[in-house]
Design a protein around this ligand. Sequence first.
Ligand code: NI
Length: 276
Amino acid sequence: MPPSRPLPPAADAVRPLIWPRPGGAGASNDREAFDTEFAALAQRRGFRVEPLGVALGHRILLATRRPEAGAERQLLIAAGFHGEEPAGPWGVLEFLRVAPDALLERVTLGVVPLVNATGFAAGRRFNARGENPNRGYDPAIADECLSAEGAVLLGQRERVLAAARDGLLCCHEDEGVQAAYVYALEPAETPGRFSRGLVETMARFFPLVPDGQVDGCPVADGLVYNRHDGSFESWAVRHGVPAAATVETPGRADFAQRVAAQAALMTTFVELRAPG
Ligand code: NI
């Protein structure tokens, strides 16, 4: 494992981004409330929760639900890589609240609800050491460091890749924009039903970014397609995961709407990757 190298302080010297949760339920960075609600919902929906490891004093959890009858597909949802993108983790909770039993029965579903717990509590993108938890997974990209969280995920690579064997959804936000987009990776030259289906769900909630460039990547029809970088999702696809996507809800849109969109995207992800 390459050593983790802190970024210069200026890289994360921005104000924290925190939103009120709807209905007076507290703030988007309330990690204690998040942990409590996640534990209750995971238990209620029949998930078994196990730690993948500890990063900067916080356990990274993997919750897994296996239908009694068994399931031929194994899918993984991962959220909370970036601390100023809280609609992903809260979207996981909303998904666990509303997902129909019949949907959950179609696959073996793994959920990593919160990767970067210190960033989440601070409302800041990077972890408490100033590391980016979604970079450094590709050792060939020498100027990126692997974060403490990345070291946990790569340290459990067999479990993580088995959980994502038939598909991976990573739940992010772009704090600087009012429109949405999706990164997708599929083994085909042009985007298929998986990529398009996620964009269609996103478009039910937000305008899509215009064609051109977003975050330094070419984007068309709301989609950045088959871009390989040092991210977790790119790593997963290079290690055999057949379809992966990173959804980016717009950080300047209404928080409740972002949470609802994230939950809907999780539903669409399972529907698109479930058999038949
Ligand atoms: Ni992000």
